[in-house]
Design a protein. Structure first.
Lengths: 255, 255
């Protein structure tokens, strides 16, 4: 059954969606069957792989709240072989409010995904920039969590809080949850602050820091407007090479 | 009484906090009395002006939920003349859940700030990266909303949703709410995508787009780690000059 990884960090704009799409695509390129679960009401992972989020008939909100709708066709194929998506749009905002009074509200996503785990090798969950119920559900449904980190002051500030939240989900809802790794994103080797923050992370999280860092590369921010992954848009770019290297390092760590 | 402006955009990492702090500081430098309200549980605006958010005795969460605590000393002075802050920390996350069942939950912040408006010329509210109750409260409490925009595809995607939310708050809770302006942030004139997106915004929002754009400038991301505004850290930087120009344009628009 599939290994499930949450891509989470409540700090906004650190590269959660870019990492979800391109790590998933890189694994799919290496012939793994991969599902991206878009757990962010912004629907960026969905539109980033070409889904028209406005006119979606079935999406994650329906799975969270939907009684006995047929879930079998909720996952969509993408233009990328071996890569599928469970899409979302802004309606998902309502799920967070509607879940408040539901018993075992933290494990709704885990139950939804249990019917999919046999179809895929990996399930990657893109989280919103918050530590609310949607992220808690993703952490409860996952085997591990990958933390994208910008080398900036505000991003460092939130890390302790994120680690606390992971620990409390592990204690209360998901005993086997662990940190897959911290991934440095938008890494700019010419900038002092980048080195100060990355040195700090190496000091405190050396075992959990991926050796691969993702450089700042404009090609990564261009590809979603074409609904393409970096591997369809510009595989030889520094961004494309980095996500390919990350997938290799990730797969090596699985052994 | 004070003019209140919400700095809002549900897209993460677009420069909401950086704009809240440095626009507020630039107005304070021009002898306006300014209060920053940190309405984001990440507490970045608070720590960015030097507040130690971990050991805060009184902060915004207490005002949202606190019975009859004395609010008179909840606002703290900063090291910057004429600039004060109503701080926050992660406890504020609980306010969003506790407000769900409270009548007129959308106007809690408006009521809190009503006791402050006589002390300040401007109140700037930094919003979290979401369209939940904390942001709805900020929009209900504000005269206008300033929208920081990165020139990137995902940031454009969310704009229609943000405008919809502003319209529905205007209709239901705050009849006089208007858009103060769209502010281009992290503007990199060498990059094609930046020009494509900014041309698109000029086409559809020409009247609401600030003429001032904030360039990408590493000095802006360095100053929060020293608890300083850009005007104490490096006023002559391109980032400092841009926020000073923005304040001039903003004040001119008030006439
Ligand atoms: N390595 C990179 N180089 C250049 N641009 C990048 C890189 N990674 C991401 N971006 C761009 O930076 C912006 C933020 O990235 P992204 O949207 O993936 O972050 P996020 O953490 O998912 O944001 P949110 O918190 O809103 O969900 C996007 O416009 C994206 O295209
Ligand atoms: N013009 C700029 N040039 C360079 N770096 C910037 C600029 N504006 C902001 N930054 C940096 O980019 C990151 C994102 O900015 P900021 O935290 O202000 O955005 P935000 O919208 O408040 O994020 P969130 O959605 O998490 O609240 C921060 O690390 C900040 O220091
Ligand atoms: Mg995202
Ligand atoms: Mg912020």
């Amino acid at each position: 059954s599939a290994k499930t990884i949450a891509i989470a960090n409540q700090k906004g704009g650190v590269g959660k969606t870019t990492t979800s799409i391109n790590l998933a695509a890189s694994l799919a390129k290496k012939r793994k069957k991969v599902l991206i679960v878009d757990s962010d009401p912004q629907g960026n992972a969905s539109s980033g792989v070409g889904v028209k989020t406005r006119n979606l008939e079935k999406h994650l909100y329906h799975a969270y709240t939907g009684g006995d709708i047929d879930l079998s066709d909720i996952c969509q194929k993408t233009s990328f072989t071996n890569l599928e998506i469970l899409p979302s749009n802004i309606d998902l905002v309502a799920a967070e409010i509607e879940l408040i009074d539901v018993p075992s509200r933290e494990s709704r996503l885990k139950n939804i995904l249990s019917s999919f785990t046999d179809k895929y090798d990996y399930i990657i969950i893109d989280c919103p920039p918050s530590l609310g119920l949607l992220t808690i559900n993703a952490l409860t449904a996952s085997d591990s969590v990958l933390i994208p980190m910008q080398c900036e002051y505000f991003a460092m500030e939130g890390l302790a809080q994120l680690i606390n939240t992971i620990r409390s989900v592990k204690k209360s809802f998901n005993k086997t949850l662990f940190i897959e790794g911290l991934l440095l994103t938008m890494f700019d080797s010419r900038n002092n602050l980048t080195h100060q923050v990355s040195d700090e992370l190496k000091k405190h999280f050396s075992k959990q820091l991926f050796k691969t860092a993702i450089p700042r590369n404009v090609r990564l921010s261009e590809c979603p407007s074409h609904g393409k992954t970096i591997f369809d848009y510009d595989p030889k770019s520094t961004g494309g090479e980095a996500y390919s290297k990350l997938a290799n390092e990730f797969l090596k760590n699985q052994r």
